[in-house]
Design a protein around this ligand. Structure first.
Ligand code: 3HC
Length: 705
């Protein structure tokens, strides 16, 4: 037998232990090994009961997701877990599954194929398949409603959120919680079960399946919620359909239909994109040339300079992670405003029940607001988060270079400026790094970590580790204007503005991208972020503008009019007290005036053009960024967009999306735009090359790895 499964006996109980680290996924050999164990222990006269348990940190966390890619690319035939589960359920000896860690997806499905389930108090169970764009494919949608009832099963299968052991016990998914040693408790439970004559089979329980009258509102509500919270996604609705089938079809027929729906989802681009996103988030943590053994500096104390929107949010991140943080401002008013905003944000979370008032008090106590640099010589990281202006940043870095203790990380939250230039004003450029947070900094998961020319490997490794500690996804990028995310968003926003100048109403531009799946349209996003931010940056870089190359006109004009976006209740739209947005004729007038003065011909613009000009602008710039080595891999760009810019997960990120469209098609369009709109659309050489070779960004990355 393979090492994937261990077989032992204790006190007359046969124990099958899954040994497939790190998460005991159901990789090839695991289901077969479990089946062999069941067969062996059923035949063994010394054995009265059988236990299935996970070795290491968890029970089975699901099917092996890597196998899905092999199936959809035709390299491997699909194999079903159903025969294993039938064999388990049909065992004449009681079969007990002992759960610790996470019994997710296929893991929970296997567990539900047993007669009984016991769990440690910290265990979690769930059907998270929808997060990968698929539905449970091994009878999860058929057995879960039989164990937990239709309402709970629908919620778990459609939204994918895990359920903790206690909740699983009250729902009937597990039969007992074992305090203390899980295996010892499971053995006692199994020996007790062996005294029973009949062991109920989950597939034969029909008492919780409800009636058409009771079920109809459950499914209707779930469908309405899924359409709202999982906009445009197929899997949640498909999962609800599959659970509904459990209530109308016999078990075997329900399983057959579930499998068909599972396969449809698996071969869908949405699922491929979401699986790409799942592995992508893990891949970005792996940095070529920086090994896992690189020493990491411990961050026990922090300081943040600037208590504005970003600085306050950054300080909250440290406090949320239990790290004491000094929050420094230069004026008492600004400091008071910053602290009040933090208090308001925390109070909102308490009101929404996210955490208690006591937790809020603990976090507030970790934030030390002050107007001077006292204590800066004690901290392990200083994060500068003042306005985007090189002169100011350089001045601050010179001050903190004098104050900080040796080994302190000096980080800038700049969103566009050169880390090398900032570092040049210190005597320790090896300790200087960019940590670019995204607004709202306490909410958005992305942290762009900007490596300067001299940044030390240990400072990079420490910043990546810090990202994890702050519950962020850290992505390492190179130093250039705007780094990865903002350099690309500049092109996207530029095209959105050009489209408006050429005749597309702002609302239409936003609606096309929102309906396509972006969290919000580009112009609404600028209003939220603050139009003055880009305005200030454009002023900083004005000298770099190439004469004769078209520049966007409207956003700067709006800023001149004092319309900075939501914060001034006016930007591309006007906003009421509740931040409700309406179009503003003043903006329409400004657009017409500027377009006419610049001689821009106005015309009807299609939804398709809006989509292609904005999204392909991202892709073309992304290709340049890859060529220049500013992003390590296409997937790094994708993860930046998925976690920092509201790009829909089910499209996989801009580079993956381009791969799904086909790079020759994308390149063809880019060339058409170049012919119509000029040099800003010159195709990136890498895009052109891959299009000609019929390759994808993904293939290119693999060949280089
Ligand atoms: N298949 C293959 N690899 C997996 C995996 C899976 N199901 N789950 C995790 N991994 C890998 C990760 O890629 C990572 O690999 P790396 O070290 O090379 O980067 C490693 O295991 C550790 O994973 P995490 O870094 O995510 O570890 P955490 O401890 O933070 O989280 C977890 C553990 C909660 C289990 C999390 O990994 C997770 O949510 N995994 C996915 C679970 C899931 O979606 N299961 C359903 C699969 S689909 C299915 O079962 C279909 C069925 O219905 C037929």
């Amino acid at each position: 037998m393979s090492d994937l499964i261990l077989y032992t006996k204790q006190d007359g109980v046969g124990i099958i232990t899954v040994n497939n680290p790190p998460v005991n996924a159901l990789s090839p050999g695991v289901p077969e090994g479990i089946a062999a164990g069941v067969e062996q222990f059923v035949a063994d006269e010394e054995v009265q009961a059988i236990i299935l348990i996970g070795g290491g940190r968890t029970f089975i966390a699901g099917a092996d997701i890597k196998e899905f890619g092999k199936i959809t690319s035709g390299k491997k035939r699909e194999s079903s877990l159903l025969p294993l589960m039938l064999a388990m359920e049909d065992s004449p000896k009681p079969l007990v599954v002992a759960i610790h860690g996470t019994a997710f997806g296929g893991g929970l499905e296997v567990a539900m194929g047993a007669h009984y389930r016991v769990a440690s108090p910290t265990a979690q169970v769930g059907q998270p398949e929808v997060k990968l764009g698929i539905i449970p494919g091994a009878a999860g949608t058929q057995r879960l409603p039989r164990l937990a009832g239709v309402a709970i099963a629908t919620k778990m299968c459609a939204f994918g959120e895990p359920v903790k052991a206690k909740e699983a016990l009250s729902a009937g998914i597990v039969d007992q919680i074992i305090e203390g040693d899980l295996l010892a408790g499971a053995i006692a439970f199994a020996l007790d079960s062996a005294k029973k004559v009949v062991h109920s089979k989950p597939r034969e329980r029909n008492d919780k399946l409800g009636s058409p009258e009771t079920n109809a509102p459950i499914f209707a509500e779930a469908r309405a919620a899924a359409k709202k919270t999982h906009r445009n996604q197929n899997a949640p609705l498909a999962a609800i359909d599959a659970v509904e089938l459990a209530t109308t079809l016999p078990f075997e027929e329900g399983c057959r239909r579930e499998r068909e729906i599972f396969e449809q989802c698996l071969f869908d681009t949405q699922s491929k994109s979401m699986i790409h996103a799942f592995f992508g988030e893990r891949e970005v943590a792996k940095i070529p040339g920086i090994s896992k053994e690189t020493p990491v500096r411990e961050i026990k104390r922090a300081a943040v300079i600037g208590a504005g929107t970003m600085g306050g949010g950054i300080a909250m991140n440290f406090a949320n992670a239990g790290i004491p943080v000094i929050l420094k401002e230069s004026s008492a008013d600004a400091l008071a405003r910053g602290v009040a905003t933090i208090e308001k944000n925390y109070s909102n979370s308490v009101a929404k029940g996210r955490f208690s008032a006591e937790v809020m008090a603990q976090r507030m106590a970790l934030i030390k607001p002050q107007l001077n640099y006292d204590g800066f010589d004690q901290v392990d990281i200083i994060t500068e988060a003042v306005f985007e202006g090189m002169a100011l940043k350089k001045e601050i870095f010179s001050v903190i270079d004098d104050l900080a203790k040796p080994g302190c990380i000096l980080a800038s939250n700049t969103s566009t400026l050169s880390i090398d230039e900032i570092a040049s004003n210190t005597a320790r450029p090896q300790d200087v790094i960019g940590t670019h947070y995204f607004s709202p900094a306490n909410v958005m998961r992305l942290l762009e970590i900007v490596r300067g020319r001299a940044t030390g490997d240990d400072v990079i490794a420490s910043s990546m580790a810090l990202a994890k500690k702050l519950n962020k996804v850290g992505v390492l990028v190179g130093n250039c204007r705007g780094f990865v995310g903002n350099r690309m968003i500049h092109c996207y926003g530029r095209e959105a503005q050009f489209l408006v100048e050429e005749g597309a109403p702002p609302r239409k531009v936003d609606a096309v991208l929102y309906n396509w799946g972006m969290a919000m349209g580009p112009l609404s996003m600028s209003d939220l972020a603050g139009l003055d931010v880009g305005w200030r940056i454009r002023k900083e870089f004005k000298h770099l503008e190439k004469p004769g190359v078209r520049v966007a006109l409207v956003a700067d004009e709006l800023c001149e009019m004092g319309r900075f976006g939501q914060k001034t209740k006016a930007g591309w739209y006007k906003y009421d007290e509740n931040r409700k947005q309406t179009p503003d004729p003043v903006v329409d007038e400004a657009i017409l005036r500027l377009a006419s003065a610049a001689g821009i011909k106005r015309r009807e613009i299609s939804d398709q053009e809006i989509l292609e000009r904005t999204v392909y602008a991202l892709v073309n710039e992304g290709a340049r960024i890859l060529e220049e080595g500013i992003a390590l891999r296409p997937v790094d760009i994708d993860v930046i967009y998925l976690t920092g810019y509201g790009f829909p997960t089910y499209r996989g990120g801009p580079m993956f999306y381009a791969d799904t469209v086909g790079l020759s098609e994308v390149c063809k369009k880019v060339c058409e735009f170049e012919a119509a709109h000029g040099e800003l659309w010159e195709p990136a050489p890498l895009l052109k090359k891959l299009a000609e070779e019929g390759k994808t960004f993904g293939q290119w990355a693999k060949e280089r790895a």
